[in-house]
Write a protein that binds this ligand. Sequence first.
Ligand SMILES: C[S@@+](CC[C@H](N)C(=O)[O-])C[C@H]1O[C@@H](n2cnc3c(N)ncnc32)[C@H](O)[C@@H]1O
Length: 391
Amino acid sequence: MNIDSCNFLLEKIINRIDTSPDKKITFAEYMDLCLYDWEYGYYTSNDIKIGTQGDFFTSTSISPDFAQLLGIQLHQIWEISGKPQPFYLVEMGAGEGTLASNILVFLSEYYPDFIENLEYIIIEKSDALKDKQKCHLSKNLPESINVKWSSLDELEDNSIVGCFFSNELIDAIAVHLITWKKEQLQEIYVTYNEGKIQQVCDVLSTHKIANYFQTININFSATYPEDYTTEVNLQALDWLEKVANKLKQGYLLTIDYGYIADKYYHPQRFQGTLKCYYQHRHHNNPYINLGFQDITSHVNFTALETYGLQYGLSNIGYTQQALFLMNLGLGDRLNQLSYTKLPLPEILSRRNQLHNLINPQGLGNFKVLLQSKNIDVEKNKVILQGFKEFS
Ligand SMILES: C[S@@+](CC[C@H](N)C(=O)[O-])C[C@H]1O[C@@H](n2cnc3c(N)ncnc32)[C@H](O)[C@@H]1O
């Protein structure tokens, strides 16, 4: 960890606090600076974040099987959409570009007709990661496969026929922190006092937070303990509305860790879901290792479904990653290992990777949500491979 860089980020945060009207900023502003400040933010520096040498694993970093099985689902989506030309795959929050390259290499080998009609767009917030993605893809993709980068705002409304998708995007979006005190919802702000970053509580910074709880039908009441603390991801809702507007016809596939609202905001989950990751250890202090640790929170899938309906999306499927990947053939891949002639250590390592993707205590318990716009929902529910009733 570079202490200078930590201190520079701290200076920027203090400056933001000093220049804000009440000498305090929302936790969401603070978290956004820690993760995405263009100079010192966690996701904007050039260090490795994901994988063995980074701070955390994602399914993408575990094994190319994840991308390949996802590729099978994306291909089926294209087929049941009537094979539109062009068909857009829009990946949001592409990390180091590994998911994109693994999907595209797999599709070009197994579904060349799909690749011929495909436009692959990456939407990435971090400029440093955009550079890494460009470098990674130029090394790993044949020249004939073209990937474009765009911001969501640059895409025209109602212009995309295809599928927007993300893996672990929403957990990396800055959240508001709220707390239940004296039978009232209050917000947690970040301030700087006596040489220290400190938290203070005050009235909610926006009425959107109260509306949010009404919309997802969560009523704070006497059953919630004093100082119950949790998160609200308002930026994710803005993102969802924009994606819905860009989509002319097609799908939005979201893979991430999280719960439905009743579980997320269960009174017993009194410290919320906010976590920090630093070198594969997690803890719950977002005020240390500034710019050198990931800060993340779980996804409220009920909010995505409920607001999605308001923004013109339909809910097609919601399942666990383990079931999704088994439906798409992960079990067959495990079986095939019994017949392969690979050396034993390789077989064991590959079996381990596949098990990790479906481990019910880990990645297998991630959720997969599929939403759509201008699609025959009932027909899709029956035939979408990843969302079949598992038997
Ligand atoms: C936890 S990483 C996931 C990386 C990758 N999808 C994977 O499977 O390994 C989160 C990614 O989302 C990006 N990100 C966060 N907010 C974003 C936004 N609003 N738009 C686009 N990308 C965003 C981060 O910069 C990072 O690339």
